[in-house]
Design a protein around this ligand. Structure first.
Ligand code: TZP
Ligand code: MG
Length: 225
């Protein structure tokens, strides 16, 4: 079945390898510039996640999203919107990512038939309760693997054990690991069965985000060979 945005980004699990997430207030440096550094460094997917204090809203959010989107497309990287169904449709984003407490997959699926759909599934229990909708989902985000400073309500960290458990329950579902991940963690996370790593701060708050991205990418290339 064709589950892509006008054939532009045919979803593949390789897309999850180095999945970068950022909003307007996650970066040490200028937000859009930081995203461009990450794109230059070799991220394989981008998610626009606008949260926290001073989060952009309304037209400002739309304008920022569009600037990011066109940057992503210059680098041929899919642009996925977190949570905001209206924004994703308005921008004609390549996909949407929702959490367990966001708009339900049943509700969004009909509007996102030609787009990538990601769902946060943090642990075994969430997997069980999401079972019915997984048929509509292209990938799951699992974590937090480690402690994170980037999400206040992230819940208990599951470690690589948690990733392993999730992979044992479902051998096929494309899965990206998230939460406190740094380059040293990548090998064990991939060996535990994740297809890739989703990262905010170890890129966005790095002294040199492009170099940090390159290093993460190098490790992934080595480990996934
Ligand atoms: N969901 C679970 S942990 C997390 C999200 C959005 C934050 C990940 O950010 P970081 O800085 O890579 O820990
Ligand atoms: Mg959410």
């Amino acid at each position: 079945h064709l589950r892509n945005n006008r054939d532009r980004f045919n979803f593949s699990r390789e897309m999850l390898s180095l999945y970068y997430i950022q909003g307007s207030n996650d970066s040490a440096g200028e937000p859009l510039e930081t995203i461009e550094f990450a794109l230059k460094g070799g991220i394989t997917c981008f998610q626009y996640r606008e949260k926290g204090t001073n989060a952009l809203e309304g037209q400002e959010k739309i304008n920022f999203a569009k600037r990011i989107q066109s940057l992503c497309h210059q680098y041929e990287v899919p642009f996925i919107v977190n949570d905001d169904v209206e924004l994703a449709l308005h921008c004609d984003a390549d996909g949407i990512h929702v959490g367990q407490d966001d708009t339900s997959i049943e509700e969004i699926y009909p509007q996102f038939k030609d787009k990538i759909i990601g769902l946060s599934v943090g642990n075994k229990d969430e997997y069980t309760s999401s079972k019915d909708v997984l048929q509509y989902v292209d990938y799951i985000g699992t974590g937090p693997v480690y402690n994170t400073l980037s999400k206040h309500d992230a819940g208990d960290s599951i470690g690589t054990k948690g990733i392993q458990q999730m992979r044992a329950i479902d051998q096929r579902m494309p899965m990206v690991a998230i939460g406190g991940i740094q380059s040293n963690d990548i090998q064990s996370i991939i060996e535990a069965g994740a297809d890739g790593v989703a990262i905010i701060s170890s890129i966005s708050r790095a002294k040199d985000p492009e170099l940090a991205t390159r290093k993460l990418r190098e490790v992934l290339n080595q480990v996934k060979r």
